[in-house]
Design a protein around this ligand. Structure first.
Ligand SMILES: [Zn+2]
Length: 75
């Protein structure tokens, strides 16, 4: 997939031409997105994944407490 070459500016201030969704800065090696909003999309996705992982761990802890710890404590 190739996009129309466009000038993108990295957060470090380095400007270069990119024709990909995500390119790597030659100066600081961080990701530079072709569409500025893509950065937020990736960040939101990261927050969503973290939230799901926290929810799963909480649920597993609850199940563990209910099914394993409670019967042991009531003995
Ligand atoms: Zn940079």
């Amino acid at each position: 997939m190739s996009l129309k070459p466009k000038q993108v500016t990295c957060q470090c201030g380095h400007t270069f031409t990119s024709s990909r969704d995500r390119a790597w800065c030659e100066h600081c090696a961080s990701a530079v997105y072709y569409h500025a909003k893509d950065k937020n999309k990736h960040k939101l996705n990261h927050i969503y994944v973290t939230g799901v992982i926290v929810a799963v761990i909480s649920f597993l802890t609850y199940v563990f407490m209910e099914l394993i710890a409670s019967p042991l404590l009531s003995l």
